[in-house]
Design a protein around this ligand. Structure first.
Ligand SMILES: [Fe+2]
Ligand SMILES: [Fe+2]
Length: 173
């Protein structure tokens, strides 16, 4: 693998681990704020992010490339409200999407077909992740900051899906 692409893939791990860590902190905050469905959904997001990091790690290992695990920054412990928390998620996801786009571009320039195919899964996944965050932000804004509105969104999230978000896994698993 070309050194530049290898470095970028290793650097990308930091974003996936940071997201996993922040979403776990959010899940804890949500649980403490009596939103168990929302908390469980966020805990699943955290575990998905670890899965993303592992996909990159597996790709590097299969190709006998070095893996350098990053330091993970300490996550925040508090958010003003659920809307601010999900706005934070959306910003994270947009940052990850930009990093995946840059990686896909770099893999193309390096003529690295295997890396491009691995990254294609992430391109689709990021569309879905941004769609969920945007849809959830919309639901929370509609619900307002009342207890009843939040309870409704919490019940929706207990099903595991955000209404209105793209959920079809159109990429190979
Ligand atoms: Fe991710
Ligand atoms: Fe994500």
């Amino acid at each position: 693998m070309k050194t530049e692409l290898l470095t970028k893939l290793n650097e990308h791990l930091r974003l996936e681990f940071r997201a996993a860590h922040e979403y776990l902190a959010m899940s804890i905050w949500l649980s403490a704020h009596d939103l168990p469905g929302f908390s469980a959904w966020m805990r699943q997001q955290s575990s998905d992010e670890l899965g993303h990091a592992n996909r990159v790690i597996e790709h590097l290992l299969e190709r006998n490339q070095p893996v350098k695990l990053p330091a993970i920054p300490e996550p925040p412990t508090d958010w003003p409200d659920p809307v601010a928390l999900v706005a934070h998620v959306l910003r994270n996801e947009q940052e990850v999407t930009a990093s995946i786009s840059a990686l896909y571009e770099a893999a193309g320039q390096a003529g690295d077909r295997a890396a491009q195919i691995m990254l294609q899964w992430f391109v689709n996944e990021q569309m879905e992740e941004e769609s969920s965050a945007r849809a959830l932000l919309g639901r929370l804004r509609l619900a307002g900051s009342t207890g009843l509105g939040l309870l409704l969104v919490d019940q929706e999230l207990a099903t595991g899906n955000v209404p209105g978000a793209a959920t079809a896994k159109n990429a190979p698993q």
